[in-house]
Design a protein around this ligand. Sequence first.
Ligand code: PEP
Ligand code: MG
Length: 576
Amino acid sequence: MSFLKGIAASNGISIAKAYHLVEPNLSFEKKTIENPTKEIERFQNALNRSTTDLESIRDHAKENLGEDKAAIFDAHLLVLNDPELTNPIEDMIKTEKVNAEHALKEIAERFVSMFEAMENEYMKERAADIRDVTKRILAHLLNVQLPNPSMISEEVVIVAEDLTPSDTAQLNRKYVKGFTTDIGGRTSHSAIMARSLEIPAVVGTRTATKEIENGDLVIVDGLKGEVHINPTQEAVEQYKKEYEAYEIQKAEWAKLVNEKTVTADGYRVELAANIGTPKDLKGVLDNGGEAVGLYRTEFLYMGRDHLPTEEEQFESYKAVLEGIKEKPVVVRTLDIGGDKELPYLQLPKEMNPFLGFRAIRLCLEEQDIFRTQLRALLRASVFGNLKIMFPMIATIDEFREAKRLLKEEKEKLTNEGVKVADNIEVGIMVEIPSTAIIADAFAKEVDFFSIGTNDLIQYTMAADRMNERVSYLYQPYSPSILRLVKMVIDAAHKEGKWAGMCGEMAGDETAIPILLGLGLDEFSMSATSILKARSQILQLEKTEMEKLARRVLEMSTTEEVIQAVNEAVNGDKKTS
Ligand code: PEP
Ligand code: MG
């Protein structure tokens, strides 16, 4: 048995066989061939096998993930059987006497460049389809296996270098019992998705893909951040017991599902949930969420090959507003970029994507995309209690411009006779230190703040949230972060506005006592953290936490802060 240490990313324990989600090596050399007829046969054979693959992936996706996720595979089948692509490949094999791999790559690249150069968005998207299909045919020519996460049909633990949000969206909860990755941190999007899907996960192990073989028995301990490879029978038994103890604890928390969140001395706060799709609403209601504090709309744009239409978006927003039954829903406008890519937008590669053309920066430039989303939101606003929030705001001008576009779209809709709610609150995420520092100026113009600590910490500490090598710098309890949080909350309250937090810190048991003391109004977290947080808050006294907050703001290190919280909450003088 061997053992890996990583970052505990999603609570729970799972025991299952490893499934490697790793891109195989598809490199090859150009060769001259003797017998073109035989080579063409080999190519056609690869085409047939790719068709069979794609048909069964499509049918499986339809059944397990829905029509919309399956549509992408229909598009791939069309490309695969298009003679405009296959005929020139066969011609090249015949006339130039080259191997099928080379001919495929040459011709496919010509088409990819041609489609990428087109103005029309739809045609541009075809380039991504051709790339995917080429990869599949090539894998068959080289006799290597491509991973197909949507085809998994037995209980597994996924082992990957990293999981993109769209990989994660394709995972079927029924079979995927846990996952572990080489890279990533607690706030990387794969970790956030794992929490919303309630899949135990350990990320940032550095070597999981090297140490774990396909089919190894693996225990993922998402509570301690440990992965055990081919454990002994005793270890499996021990983990089964721990799993049961965890389930008993969860059953205790579950009793609080209909309780209000009120401290022991009678101070009320709101516990909200972060969601990525309307499907997550069930988890919010099952876990006693009092609102949706962050709806990450970018997931609507992922795992597909073209932009969602206004109508599709309208349906999703309406479903969330209606599904949560009058409770507030804070919808964040498109936050793409960083570790969230949209292949079909084909944005140029950047040296520093987390500091680049993302979120509101992209939306203010690509106004068609932004306006479509704003219209869909405004139309949905009459179906519930909608609040709109702009991500990654760095300057007041950005906020004013976004608000201007919102106003314009609202006027257009009203002129068209479409009903729009007139009490929609408009706020911003505070994720960039510049915004926290002048929160007093922002507070005069926004209706609310939601502090996005996942990014605020990485930008304040200059430590990439995805990079496990600098994860020691990713310090939510650093006095520097706490002071920024205080500036934001105080600025909001001075103007009679509310301040929430939707970064992962809002659900963290060491941070919660301090945040309560600082006066945070709304705590938005993974739905699965809500009941545990409620159980903790019911036992705390706001007045005591205010004293704690005052003390920690004067401290110099994270360790001192942790120690002070432990003393205040558990009366613990020794632990750190
Ligand atoms: C954040 O940055 O804290 C946040 C909630 O946004 P995301 O994790 O989607 O970047
Ligand atoms: Mg963010």
